[in-house]
Write a new protein. Structure first.
Length: 288
């Protein structure tokens, strides 16, 4: 299990300003402040004191202020700049997977700046097919498409994604799927996340079980110097038994444990503003 570390930013004017803006957002945005606090209380319980949870909650808002500025970078900065801002570890695991000729799935989380690392990855290595839910607003859809395709990546709509995923896998491409958000009851399986049941998409586990597609955790984090780290871990093993459903759930549980370990190592850089447990603990978000 990874140990929790505090990721301190260098004391530059930009860091100071980002912290102050994050603190201001935290004070003004009651809804997301309370979602974050309640998520942390549910996830950690007595493991963390109230003051420690409050420190993490404020850190989350500061992190996403930096995230917003980095999105401006992704829109306007030269591609050569974006390329050199990300350190990638574990590319050998991707190369070993693609050598098998069946493509591969990278499961990822809303940790660090996942948009930044995905864009830089395609500049340093090869394009990815990125599965994401299309935004409702037309301008938002166009902006997201521009960002995700600017460096050569393909964008697949989550709602109609399986056909596109299979097409890219047949072409031996890597497919990135974010698995740490709440899903509808009919679309997800309940697996443990921070000791609590959470609805999680089983798409990667299904493809691993029924089509022998390798599934690799691919996770990011912002470093203290402002650059980003992208870590690619070896494929999660799929143990096949006579019970396919049990195999799929066990694989999904392993996926969830990897995500949790990564979040625990740097909790300030995860999307605690999302109502992750709303299907199982709806009352805890009441009034929000």
């Amino acid at each position: 299990m990874m140990q929790k570390t505090e990721n301190r930013q260098p004391k530059t004017f930009f860091s100071w300003l980002a912290d102050r803006l994050g603190d201001l957002w935290y004070r003004l945005d009651r809804r997301h402040r309370e979602i974050t606090r309640r998520n942390l209380a549910l996830a950690y319980g007595p493991e963390l004191s109230e003051s420690e949870r409050e420190r993490i909650a404020r850190g989350v808002f500061r992190h996403f202020v930096r995230f917003a500025w980095e999105m401006v970078e992704l829109l306007l900065a030269p591609l050569s700049f974006i390329k050199q801002r990300v350190i990638i570890l574990g590319q050998e695991h991707v190369e070993a997977v693609l050598a098998q000729g069946r493509g591969g799935i990278g499961i990822t989380a809303h940790a660090g700046n996942w948009e930044y690392t995905a864009m830089s990855y395609s500049l340093q290595h090869q394009p990815l097919a990125v599965v994401a839910r299309e935004m409702d607003a037309p301008w938002g859809r166009r902006l997201a498409q521009y960002l995700r395709q600017r460096t050569g990546n393909w964008m697949l709509d989550k709602q109609r994604g399986l056909k596109g995923i299979l097409a890219h896998l047949r072409q031996n491409h890597g497919v990135a799927i974010v698995i740490d958000q709440n899903t509808a009851s009919e679309a997800g399986l309940l697996v443990d996340f921070f000791g609590k049941p959470a609805r999680t998409t089983p798409v990667a586990a299904l493809l691993a079980r029924h089509r022998d597609i390798p599934v690799l955790p691919v996770l990011s984090r912002r470093l203290a110097d402002g650059r980003h780290l992208l870590v690619i871990l070896p494929p999660i093993p799929m143990a096949k038994t006579l019970d396919p459903q049990a195999d799929i759930k066990h694989h999904l549980e392993l996926q969830s444990k990897v995500i949790e370990a990564w979040v625990r190592a740097c909790p300030e850089q995860w999307l605690w503003l999302h109502r992750r447990w709303k299907n199982q603990y709806e009352d805890m978000y009441r009034g929000l």
